[in-house]
Unconditional design. Structure first.
Lengths: 220, 640, 252
């Protein structure tokens, strides 16, 4: 099989999805590491963002790759979804009992996450890179009321999106474990334990920020 | 047919080297030459699929037909227990000679020595072949193949794959066949029923089929036709055979001149789940390997309605252990079956119907543990529980004999060719190897020996002497006539529009055959059957009702076409059983039994194969093949 | 017991189908599900109506012929059980029972509840075998196989090819079926020589037959009458990855 054939076979597409998905998950862990500076304090957070900015060109390359991962993940997902619809002849006749709902709703949660990503770029990413006004720090943007967590609608949207992301990753990790053939090997247990970090603890970490800065801080 | 003499064509020479020597004398064809010939194979179970694969490997062009959608659905798949082979892995003194002798003796000295020896010899190669294909046989912890002992023998020579040996062997043969389909050497016709065989100048040159999807009647020509169409147990309506198993292909061949041998030799399997009600559509066999650990018993008292657990040990009759101290619960199938009938007829039967005996695992569970039993028979126990809603780990199983296998079939010579030149018959569809009773785990062995190792040589030899007949076209007169005849039959059946469903007629036929030509037979009953079967036939042709059209999928029409041939076969079975004034193996004539109610064989008058010729106008014509025993001594079977 | 049946009736692949209502009274709970359909069919024939077509043969749960959707589940509500082994005691008096054929693009409806599953045969014939001619085999006990591997291979080989996995799957994926055969042979030494080619060809055929992709919902294993597990799918994927890697190295 040529590389092209591998990538167009149903398993090949899933391998592509698994690998891009895993890489994006690693990035998420890194992203969360940065976000948590918010809890350390304003200076720490702003300093961290500035340090990243100094990397300049490297960051752009990283971003290019991340975007490629997101798009190829989504593209493969859409192609599989389309193939699967055709294979079922568009009939709602399949077994819903004893099956993973996370898997059945993966396409839906994936689509929602994509919408979230676009708003995420249009807000934080765009502001951080191109629209930083005088006297306003990165910290202010994140916790502000314009696009930040001071806006309760925005916080709720963020929390829902990240929760769905966790749900998506729950399926994603078990699916990648199958697709990459980890299930049934000696590494299965280790993999499953590590995957909980990604689909539970990391999303929880993300959610803790709007929950704390958006709501709890005001109440306490 | 007046001067016709049956000739087994078995070569002369020493028994041990006969087949190998004979093979050397057979004509061969190179793959290039073989490529000019077309071979039709009907049925793709163990025998058919293995023959198709092997002949394709040798270069022949195979056209394989099945009424199933896929070869993997053939009824060989349902064989549970195992397959015998004289490997002597257990070093318990087994040998080809011993397997040969056990098979001859188990068949109550009514099978052909040369064929049986060849079968025993080839058993060894079968296991090699199947293992190479990846058949997952059970293994010991050391990694080598495991064996167990199986009904009627005292050595461990049975290879098995849990309770699904037939399935695994069939999937092996099916994969070999699939490989040849992929190589374009086999063309598989799914959902095609064979309705007639076509002969030109006395030789089989093709078949007539009905496409079950659109009802089209088609002619297919070939240089040789191989029937691997299984047995005819469904003549009894209720049997352990699959619903569609039928005799039609064999019966049509019989009507075209192939002799039908020993039709009344049918095997009643002792360990089946008893009939429960009138709607029952089929019977389920529990592998007789269960008798290795299960003990058969009935209450000593007649009409005892107590629950099994309330019957104390001393009031139980472990009748097999009592009558046969040496073999106990492991006596051959025919013996175990007949004894079960005897105790039930005597009023000692158990269950609601009183037509069942217990198969009890209590002792084995106590001695070897539930885990051991579960590992060995788990799936069988689950199956039993699912069907009966009773837990066999807690209460004993109820079992009763049911029709399971037919030793009779088309008469074939040593080459497995019928009396029609160019028409071969292999596996259960022929009569050749099991005499009057088949030993457990020998059916799979025979199907695969015929398919993998015998037919490829003998069919090649036959074809080497034939000009490749690609000139024969399905347009020739013989084919056109045969199509017309088949279409006429179907038209007739469709036009009856009576008030009886096919199954109703079949059930009526089944009852007659079971009562009169079943586990025990007598002159009066058989004459009675010969009288009443034609009436059933008349009823069928006058009253049967087929809904719908014959031009698309019509499962009722399929059943009717099969039943019409079963009815005619049933009559022949009664004639055969009536002719054989002796008891042997599965054929038990009540008039011929010893004081201890054992079968009384009569070697001086009946040491022959009864091969019957079709007679349109009445009584079938009997041809006898005298059986010669040069290597074994005829003995009265004793399992005491 | 009395039951209300809703059965998919379709004359052929080219005709439109629709659901029909039937009522059966005084059904013995101890008969099998297919015997119940036999009774219905006898009744229909007596009333000069077309009986319901459905595939079945061994009625012992091993041939893989039978199978249709009962209330949205292939082979009905009982775990690890084919339709032919299902009994009416699994249902209650006055139950509504919906019968539909297996739905998938690759399984065309032949008539009523009968579908065409020959796409499975084509997957097997693409490479689901060990290439060994009759008579070429060496002595069986020359190959020693670890009992655990042999047992596991057996569990994979227990697949009956009924198609329930495809019907259960929202994507009509044949991954469980294909993976069972790939696993069976991948676990045994006999299957090693051709394993790269085997997995590539079988996956390519599976795709070409129009089956969907696996999204790991697990429905297939949950409904499989022979309880073929999800580890088979993982093994198929692993074999696929290994095959691509070994292909890369072979080229160099």
């Amino acid at each position: 099989m040529s590389i092209f054939q591998i990538l167009t076979s149903s398993i090949g597409r899933k391998i592509l999805m698994a690998i891009t998905g895993l890489l994006l998950s690693f990035f998420m862990a890194f992203h969360l590491f940065g976000n948590l500076f918010l809890f350390v304090g304003e200076a720490a957070f702003n300093g961290y963002v500035q340090k990243l900015h100094k990397l300049g060109f490297l960051i752009r390359i990283a971003e290019f790759f991340l975007l490629t991962f997101v798009l190829s993940h989504a593209y493969s997902g859409i192609l599989l979804w389309w193939k699967n619809r055709k294979a079922k002849k568009n009939v709602d006749s399949y077994s819903k009992e004893n099956t993973s709902s996370a898997a059945r709703y993966a396409a839906f949660t994936g689509s929602f996450i994509f919408i979230f990503l676009v708003t995420h770029w249009a807000t934080f990413w765009y502001k951080f890179n191109f629209d930083m006004q005088q006297g306003i720090t990165y910290y202010d943007v994140v916790l502000g009321s314009e696009v930040g967590f001071a806006n309760p609608f925005f916080s709720v949207f963020y929390i829902v999106a990240i929760a769905l992301l966790g749900y998506h990753l729950k399926h994603g990790f078990s699916s990648a474990g199958q697709t990459l053939g980890i299930v049934g090997t000696e590494y299965e247990k280790l993999y499953n334990n590590l995957s909980i970090i990604f689909w539970f603890w990391i999303p929880l970490g993300f959610i803790s920020i709007p929950v704390w800065f958006g709501f709890l801080v005001r109440i306490i | 047919m007046k001067d016709f003499k049956l000739n087994s064509k078995a070569p002369n020479g020493e028994l041990h080297t006969k087949w190998e020597d004979y093979k050397k004398t057979l004509n061969k064809l190179s793959p290039e030459e073989a490529n000019k010939y077309k071979v039709i194979i009907i049925g793709t179970g163990l025998a058919g699929a293995s023959a198709a694969a092997t002949l394709a490997e040798k270069g022949f062009n195979i056209h394989a037909f099945s009424y199933h959608e896929s070869p993997r659905r053939a009824h060989s798949i349902a064989a549970q227990g195992g397959i015998n082979a004289a490997k002597n892995y257990k070093k318990d003194g087994d040998s080809v000679m011993r397997l040969f002798y056990d098979t001859i003796k188990g068949g109550d000295f009514r099978s052909r020595e040369d064929n049986v020896y060849r079968l025993a010899e080839l058993s060894v190669n079968i296991i090699d072949q199947c293992v190479a294909q990846g058949v997952p046989f059970a293994r010991e912890y050391g990694g080598l193949l495991d064996n167990r002992s199986f009904g009627g023998v005292q050595v461990s020579r049975t290879f098995y794959a849990r309770g699904q040996t037939g399935q695994q062997l069939l999937l092996g043969a099916y994969s070999a066949l699939s490989r040849q389909t992929n190589a374009k050497k086999v063309k598989f016709y799914s959902r095609h029923d064979m309705l007639d065989v076509v002969t030109i100048d006395g030789k089989a040159k093709g078949i007539i089929t009905r496409n079950l999807l659109n009802g089209k009647i088609e002619a297919h020509s070939a240089d040789v036709v191989i029937l691997a169409t299984g047995g005819y147990s469904n003549v009894y309506y209720l049997s352990t055979n699959a619903m569609a198993s039928n005799v039609t292909a064999n019966w049509r061949a019989h009507k075209k001149g192939a002799l039908f041998a020993n039709p009344s030799f049918t095997q009643i399997h002792p360990t089946c789940i008893p009939v429960k009600n009138d709607f029952q559509s089929k019977l389920t066999l529990m592998s007789e390997s269960l008798r290795n650990d299960g003990r058969v018993w009935v209450p000593k008292k007649k009409n005892d309605t107590r629950k099994a657990s309330n019957i104390p040990e001393e009031e139980r009759d472990y009748y097999l252990e009592r009558i046969y101290p040496a073999f106990g619960n492991l006596v051959p199938r025919d013996v175990a079956s007949r004894r079960a009938k005897e105790v039930c007829d005597n009023g000692q039967g158990v269950g609601n119907t009183g037509v069942a005996v217990y198969l009890d695992f209590k002792k084995a569970i106590e001695e070897k543990g539930e885990e051991y039993i579960k590992e060995k028979y788990g799936n069988l126990f689950d199956m039993y529980q699912n069907i009966t809603d009773e837990n066999p780990y807690k209460t004993p199983m109820k079992i009763y004999p049911a029709v399971h296998y037919t030793m009779g079939g088309l008469w074939v010579d040593y080459n497995l060719m019928t009396t029609i030149p160019g028409l071969f018959s292999i596996g259960e569809s022929n009569f050749s190897d099991h005499g009057a009773n088949r030993l457990g785990a020998s059916a799979l062995m025979q199907g695969l020996a015929d398919g993998y190792f015998v037919t490829p040589h003998t069919v090649m030899d036959y074809l080497a002497k034939e000009k490749p007949g690609l000139g024969h076209k399905a347009e020739e007169k013989e084919f056109v006539d045969a199509i017309k005849e088949t279409e006429k039959d179907i038209e007739h059946i469709m036009s009856i529009k009576g008030d009886l469903v096919v199954d109703e007629v079949h059930r009526e036929l089944g009852k007659v055959v079971w009562d009169k030509v079943g586990m025990a037979r007598n002159k009066e009953g058989l004459e009675n059957a010969i009288n009443s079967i034609p009436k059933i036939k008349e009823k069928f042709w006058k009253n049967v009702s087929i809904p719908g059209s014959d031009k698309d999928m019509n499962q009722e029409l399929e059943k009717a076409l099969r039943l019409k041939d079963f009815i005619e076969l049933a009559e022949l079975m009664a004639y055969d059983a009536l002719d054989r004034n002796e008891s042997c193996g599965g054929h038990f004539r009540e008039e011929y039994q010893t004081k201890e109610n054992e079968a009384e064989r009569n070697d001086s008058d009946f040491k022959y194969v009864a091969a019957w010729g079709y007679n349109k106008n009445g009584k079938p014509e009997l041809f006898k093949e005298d059986l010669k025993y040069n290597n074994v001594k005829l003995k009265t079977r004793s399992y005491k | 017991m009395n039951i209300n049946l809703k059965i998919w009736r379709q004359k052929s692949n080219t005709n439109e189908g629709k659901l029909h209502d039937y009522r059966l009274e005084n059904v013995d709970p101890n008969i099998s599900f297919l015997e119940m359909l036999d009774i219905l069919n006898n009744k229909l024939i007596k009333e000069q109506q077309d009986p319901v077509a459905f595939d079945h043969d061994c009625r012992e749960g091993i041939c893989g012929s039978c199978g249709f959707m009962i209330n949205g589940r292939p082979h009905g509500p009982q775990k690890a059980t084919t339709v032919c082994q299902l009994h009416m005691r699994s249902f209650n008096d006055e139950d509504d029972i919906l019968l539909e054929p297996f739905r998938a693009k690759s399984f065309g409806v032949i008539k009523d509840l009968s579908v065409d599953r020959q796409s499975f045969d084509r997957i097997i014939s693409s490479a689901g075998f060990v290439s060994v001619d009759t008579g070429e085999a060496s002595e069986a006990n020359k190959i020693s196989i670890d009992k655990n591997n042999a047992d596991e291979a057996f569990l994979s080989a227990a697949c009956i090819g009924c198609g329930a996995c495809v019907a259960a799957c929202k994507n009509s994926s044949a991954m469980l079926f294909t993976s069972a055969k790939v696993s069976h042979l991948a676990l045994l030494p006999q299957g090693q020589k051709e394993k790269t080619e085997r997995v590539n060809k079988m996956v390519a055929t599976m795709d070409a037959e129009g089956f969907g992709a696996c999204t790991n919902t697990g429905a297939c294993s949950a409904e499989c009458p022979k309880e073929i597990g999800q580890t088979n799918i993982a093994r198929l994927n692993r074999e696929f990855v290994k095959a691509q890697v070994s292909n890369l190295f072979e080229k160099k």
